[in-house]
Design a binder for this molecule. Structure first.
Ligand code: ADP
Ligand code: ZN
Ligand code: ZN
Length: 842
């Protein structure tokens, strides 16, 4: 193959296609589909991905430029992911390069110096007493390559391929098997984890001679040297191995270094974020009746090795995780791999423990709290096939496994599965597509499935996915769902209770404090902010760049913009009218904390919100403190609602159930229902019965009522009725088109151009019309209007909403019309962004 088609890393409309490059002879054996390369582009060198390989150039074509550089010896992306990126391009109307970049770990993105070394596992194997020759070395040339690399600790990538030009396949195989590893120095953030390692500084013969001549009194040093000699084929060895293995002090090794016999150097090691943590091994539990039924359905499909999607609707505590574990077990037995996606916020050590407890080292974990380097290491374990299960948040769906059998999406309704930046993909849809590529099974699990998934299962009418519905109505441990009381806060006000705690909740807290039981308090913060308002004239402090109210932060005693980070001091008097009656409003967690302290002197509260969990590991630390009963109350935002499982929590209070109900978002009721159901599921999961108080100003709202009765079906029926009438998903699909520009009049004109062009083209194709009036295939455009956040970072924002249904390529059309405006984008700095199936409407 002499020609490579390459997608270059230049995100623009005109470059969103492949470019042909000549593969230089010396790279022919190395370059594959998915290879990352450096190519000349205009006057620069840019990065790109090879998406296909071709024979010779057609005669008569102008001369192609050659690829300049190969960036990794083993392609970072397997062919199935390259294909998936092409699919994402169409599905989400994004540039293909954006999709490709989303699939590789950050650590690989920068331009970096790269080198090859013998992998830690290999060195580890050596330390465990295995010789290189025993770990699957195929023949002498393999051994020669490994020894060459080992003798130099690390070899620049280009040097190795030049030294062994004929052995491309062999070197790639060593990399794929994890005997060799590719590493890199990234100039920015990535910090390599290093380890002190000891090596002989002299040849074996010299060391033996030195040993023979060693003075008897330096017995300890002798031992170390003798041991190193014994290990000589596998050196270097970790300093701490020497110390613990021989019970010697660092000073002993140091004196050998001083004598010039050994070296002590920093070498890079794999960072295993869970190393040193003990995971109690667990055995599969005998399944309950309901679980058994679900298990058999899923395993039946797995055994067929064909693609299938299941929607597992199981109440909180019904034992969905045990289903995940046992189906993964089967998948591993079939010699296939499994991906488990959980919302970032639920990816707690508790969660990981359940999987590590069952599958131990076969599990790789990827989440955003890991450093770029740690994530890169976990990713490499997956690519090299050293693990069988990958657990991760949204982007875990791209785990580079070779043969996927099962993809599980826990809490499938969570909006965090949708990426809000380009590429604006939804992990659920990508998972279904990827599973289809692999003939794999997907399990979408939730106590409150999204209306999209539930409707697709019920109607079997969605052509992208029509999951089979499996249900579990009972808790695995047989305990009942907790009793939920709705407290009408309007009555509290009438009863002259101005506190944010109703009398019932107040009593409930007091009773728990007396008995030494624990309490979870949830503040639904969506739609709330602590803003500063003048009570005399109504002035509110807003961000000068973004036009949204500034949020008060007690700790730093200032006001901050959550969008751009702008901050200013708290005004003492109103800048507008000069009044002194200016104060902060809203019900932030800090205020709840203060009020708790006032009402229950001595109460111990752990507050968990964005402010207290910014530091790495703080989330886990707080939860551990609560688990260890260092506090009576866990108080927080949405974070406390998910996946937590504390035996002594018997009371859950929701401070304001309905704060998000009035947001301009058609999913407001669904999100409220989900949140209330989740949080109610936190109480009484073990022996002690649980009680839930939901405080609400709209206690008659169907989402509040049905959540309090744990009645998903009734909620869905009612909600679907509204959606059908108002033409919202799942009865149609949406594309949100956002335009931003620094100048308002120009922005408005361009946005209007877009909608006019779109409408014109849709009319030509006979698609245009109101969803109300027409049945069948139809599309409509609403807007343009100012976005709910009309200005962010000094750019004005306008948007239009496309609604459509049926079998028409509206995504393609929306993109085409945006592409037609490339001039405005280029010359007038307009930004257009398409969000297909948007989750966030504000
Ligand atoms: P879900 O994920 O559906 O909310 P979990 O998987 O967390 O439910 O299960 C709830 C509790 O029930 C856990 O403590 C779990 O260990 C237990 N459990 C699940 N399945 C079984 C079973 N078959 N036998 C006994 N206990 C089980
Ligand atoms: Zn004022
Ligand atoms: Zn701002």
């Amino acid at each position: 193959m002499e020609i490579a088609k390459v997608i270059v890393d230049v995100p623009a409309k005109s470059t969103d296609r492949t470019f042909d490059y000549l593969i230089p002879a010396e790279m022919r054996r190395w370059i594959e589909v998915g290879s990352r390369v450096g190519v000349p582009f205009g006057h620069r060198t840019v990065q790109g991905f090879v998406t296909s390989l071709h024979e010779r150039q057609e005669p008569g074509r102008f001369k192609l430029k050659p690829i300049q550089e190969l960036l990794d010896l083993v392609p970072p992306l397997p062919p199935d992911l390259v294909e998936l990126a092409g699919w994402m391009r169409e599905r989400y109307a994004c540039g293909e390069i954006m999709a490709l970049q989303a699939m590789i770990p950050t650590a690989l993105k920068g331009k970096a110096e790269r080198y090859i070394s013998v992998s830690d596992t290999e060195s580890q194997a050596a330390q465990d007493g295995l010789l290189l020759a025993d770990t699957g070395m195929e023949d002498d040339s393999e051994r020669e390559i490994v020894l060459f690399v080992q003798s130099r600790t690390q070899v620049p990538l280009g040097q190795l391929s030049r030294r062994f030009p004929e052995q491309a396949e062999m070197i790639k195989s060593l990399l794929r098997r994890g005997v060799l590893q590719e590493s890199q120095y990234i100039k920015d953030k990535l910090q390599k984890k290093t380890l002190k390692a000891v090596d002989l500084a002299v040849s074996v013969e010299e060391a033996e001679a030195a040993l023979a001549a060693f003075p008897a009194k330096a017995q300890r040093q002798r031992e170390v040297l003798a041991w190193l000699l014994e290990l000589s084929p596998m050196l270097p060895v970790a300093m701490k191995e020497v110390l613990s293995g021989l019970q010697v002090s660092a000073a002993t090794v140091k004196s050998l270094e001083d004598k010039g016999l050994v070296t002590i150097d920093d070498v890079e090691v794999f960072r295993d974020p869970y190393r040193g943590r003990d995971f109690k091994p667990t055995a599969p539990l005998p399944l309950t009746h309901e679980q058994q039924h679900v298990y058999e359905r899923v395993v039946g499909q797995l055994d067929e090795r064909t693609h299938g999607v299941f929607l597992l609707h199981g109440v909180t505590g019904s034992g969905k995780t045990e289903i995940y574990l046992q189906t993964i077990q089967r998948c591993i037995e079939q010699d296939r791999q499994a991906i488990v996606l959980v919302p970032e916020i639920s990816l707690t050590p508790q969660m990981v423990e359940r999987f590590k407890g069952r599958f131990g080292d076969q599990v790789a974990v990827m989440h955003s709290r890991l450093s770029a380097g740690e994530r890169y290491d976990e990713w490499r374990k997956i690519r090299e096939g050293r693990v069988k299960v990958a657990i991760g948040a949204r982007s875990g769906v791209f785990a580079p496994f070779k043969s996927i059998g099962l993809i599980i999406i826990d809490e499938e309704h969570e909006t965090s599965y949708k990426q809000e930046e380009t590429p604006k993909y939804h992990a659920r849809d990508v998972a279904v597509k990827r599973a289809d590529q692999h003939g794999a099974v997907v399990i979408l699990g939730s106590a409150t499935p999204s209306l999209e998934s539930y409707h697709a299962a019920r109607s079997q009418s969605n052509d992208e996915f029509a999951p089979l519905l499996l249900e579990m109505h009972h808790r695995a441990l047989g305990n009942k769902l907790p009793e939920v009381h709705i407290v009408d806060m309007r009555n509290e006000l009438r009863g002259n209770n101005r506190s944010m705690f109703s009398r019932d909740l107040h009593q409930g807290i007091a009773a728990r404090l007396e008995k030494g039981e624990q309490i979870v308090l949830l503040l639904n913060r969506r739609g709330y902010s602590t803003f500063v308002m003048c009570r005399s004239c109504g002035y509110v402090s807003t961000c000068p760049n973004c036009d949204i109210s500034l949020t008060y932060h007690q700790r730093s005693n200032n006001m901050r913009c959550h969008y751009c980070g702008y901050s200013e001091g708290v005004p003492e008097t109103c800048p507008e009218c000069g009044s002194e009656h200016i104060r902060y409003f809203g019900t932030g967690t800090q205020r709840v904390e203060e009020e708790l302290a006032k009402l229950f002197p001595g109460i111990r509260v752990i507050r968990m919100d964005v402010d207290t969990t910014t530091e790495k590991g703080s989330h886990e630390k707080l939860l551990k403190q609560f688990r260890d009963k260092k506090a009576d109350v866990l108080l927080g935002t949405q974070m406390v609602a998910k996946g937590l499982d504390f035996p002594d929590v018997t009371l859950v209070g929701v401070i304001t159930a309905d704060s998000a109900l009035n947001l301009p978002d058609f999913r407001a009721a669904e999100k409220t229902f989900q949140l209330l159901t989740q949080v109610a599921g936190r109480a009484g999961r073990h022996q002690l019965p649980g009680e839930v108080f939901v405080q609400s100003y709209t206690p008659d709202h169907y989402s509040v009522i049905h959540a309090s009765r744990h009645d998903y079906l009734s909620f869905v029926r009612e909600e679907l009725k509204h959606r059908r009438v108002l033409h919202y998903p799942p009865y149609c699909r949406l594309i949100l088109v956002t335009f931003t520009h620094e100048q308002l009049p120009l922005l408005v004109r361009l946005a209007e151009n877009y909608t006019a062009n779109l409408e014109g083209k849709a009319r030509q194709r006979g698609w245009f019309g109101s969803l109300d009036k027409f049945t069948g295939d139809v599309m409509d455009v609403l807007g343009p209007v100012a976005s709910p956040m009309p200005k962010i970072k000094n750019r004005y924002r306008f948007q239009c909403m496309i609604k459509w249904r049926g079998n028409i390529d509206v995504i393609g059309l929306a993109r085409e019309v945006a592409d037609d405006m490339a001039d405005a984008v280029q010359n007038q700095k307009l930004l257009i962004s398409l969000d297909v199936d948007p989750q966030m409407l504000m």
